[in-house]
Design a protein around this ligand. Structure first.
Ligand code: FO1
Length: 319
């Protein structure tokens, strides 16, 4: 049996993705983990580029996250947002004062010609993140939702309308033309293990897989790929996944999630309670790790990461 994988690449977005990334960062030696982040949620506010999935990863991996909320900076204040509201600007997205600092710096660096990958790498190292963070693409890619109120951008639907408008279709605008981040391609090329985090498959993982160069690189990789279910007994730990799947007529089960990833997965970690529901997948060759997938704080996330790393040793590299 070989040693724990030297290089791990994770696909992630949202709070579940950041928690899983923290678990792996704690379980692996420094320099082993690269997280490819969804950029479909990115949005411009007041002329500033806000990248919520990158930032949730940055703050979580640098232990600056507001743990109760799952996003934003711990103990942040909202003085800037209060002034913006007083001045009549829309202020439905709760951007904290410390968080604004990052958005100002990122936008300033983008205007100076740096790529989002370079900026994100620099932010991760300067803020003390325990893993590499790589945007899926440096090109603009936007998740759009077709709702009963028409096409909407992601943040106006997710935060502005609290996910209330019913979604019937999704598209990832710009994805087909988007080039993969060169840093993401490098990370995939040297990966010994690929992990698909327990993120929302439709809103966090599929916008990453929609970048043609990325899915090609992932498919070409010989590293085993293991997914972690974001559903436990048909319910999401956080967020609108189960309802979204139902609204889009996708079965809100582990099998429904696995079906979104096509041939990408070699293995799937599911909750003990869901083990029986994935027997069909197992018969079709997907290795199943039934375990406690609920990440109760950083220690719980590390415990799950260690179990997945040990399980990955039983998987063969592809040909
Ligand atoms: N989520 C909310 O539910 N309400 C907010 O006001 C909000 C603000 C916010 C600001 C910065 C940031 O990085 C994330 C923020 N989020 C907020 C979370 C964000 O909408 C989601 O984490 C993702 O985009 C979904 O994965």
């Amino acid at each position: 049996m070989s040693a724990i994988p030297g290089k791990v690449v994770m696909l992630a977005g949202g709070v579940g993705g950041a928690r899983m990334a923290e678990g792996f960062a704690r379980a692996l030696p420094p320099g082993s983990l690269s997280v490819i982040a969804n950029v479909g949620d990115d949005e411009e506010f007041y002329g500033l580029r806000v990248c919520p999935d990158i930032d949730t990863l940055l703050y979580t991996l640098a232990d600056r996250i507001d743990r109760a909320q799952g996003w934003g900076v711990a103990d942040d204040t909202v003085k800037a947002l209060d002034v913006l509201r007083e001045l009549g600007a829309p202020a439905w997205m709760k951007l904290g004062d410390s968080d604004f600092g990052l958005h100002i710096w990122r936008s300033w660096r983008l205007a100076g010609g740096a790529s989002l990958s370079e900026i994100t790498g620099e932010a991760a190292s300067r803020l003390g993140a325990r893993a590499g963070i790589v945007p899926a693409s440096d090109d603009r890619l936007r998740t759009k939702l077709l709702t009963d109120q028409g096409w909407m951008d992601f943040q106006p639907w997710f935060v502005g309308k609290r996910c209330e408008p019913k979604v019937t279709a999704l598209r990832y605008e710009g994805a087909t033309e988007a080039r993969p981040s060169p840093h993401a391609l490098q990370a995939i090329a040297s990966a010994d293990l690929i992990v698909v985090a327990p993120s929302n498959p439709l809103l966090s993982i599929e916008p990453i897989l929609a970048v043609p160069g990325l899915i090609d690189a992932l498919s070409a990789s010989r590293a085993p790929c293991i997914g972690v279910s974001p559903l436990i007994g048909g319910k999401a730990v956080k967020g609108p996944l189960a309802r979204l799947m139902r609204d889009m007529e996708i079965e809100p089960t582990c099998a429904g999630v696995a079906s979104r990833y096509g041939d990408l997965l070699d293995a799937f970690a599911v909750a003990n309670v869901d083990a029986d529901s994935v027997v069909d997948l197992q018969c079709r060759g997907l290795a199943i790790l039934p375990t406690d997938i609920l990440m109760d704080g950083p220690h719980g996330a590390e415990r799950l990461a260690r179990e997945i790393l040990a399980f990955s040793q039983t998987l063969k590299a592809g040909v």
